[in-house]
Design a binder for this molecule. Structure first.
Ligand code: ZN
Ligand code: ZN
Length: 98
């Protein structure tokens, strides 16, 4: 029997500890995918923020920073990697021409 059982990520879970069952809510940050846990929905806003860019829940670490959703970040990283590769290839051709 696992100590922790979850219904689904981003939902409500329950911890089974010696003192009984503890309810835990979690929210996945739309920017860095970090899970933030809080013990009651009423206190949710003490632990997470809503991004004004994507209107999704984000963690406090990402709060106040520009909106960079996780999918977009992967896209940017991919584009940068491609640019870097192109730049290196350019560099190589330049050297060969010299
Ligand atoms: Zn975050
Ligand atoms: Zn956002």
């Amino acid at each position: 029997m696992p100590a922790l059982m979850r219904q689904k990520p981003g939902g409500v879970g329950f911890y089974f500890d010696p003192s009984g069952i503890r309810e835990v809510h979690s929210s996945k940050c739309n920017h860095c995918q970090r899970l933030t846990e809080f013990d009651s929905l009423k206190r949710m806003m003490d632990h997470v923020e809503i991004c004004r860019g994507c209107m999704k829940l984000i963690c406090l670490k990402c709060a106040g920073k520009p909106c960079v959703p996780f999918e977009k970040r992967a896209e940017i990283m991919e584009r940068e990697a491609r640019l870097l590769l192109l730049r290196q290839m350019d560099h190589l051709t330049e050297e060969r021409l010299r």
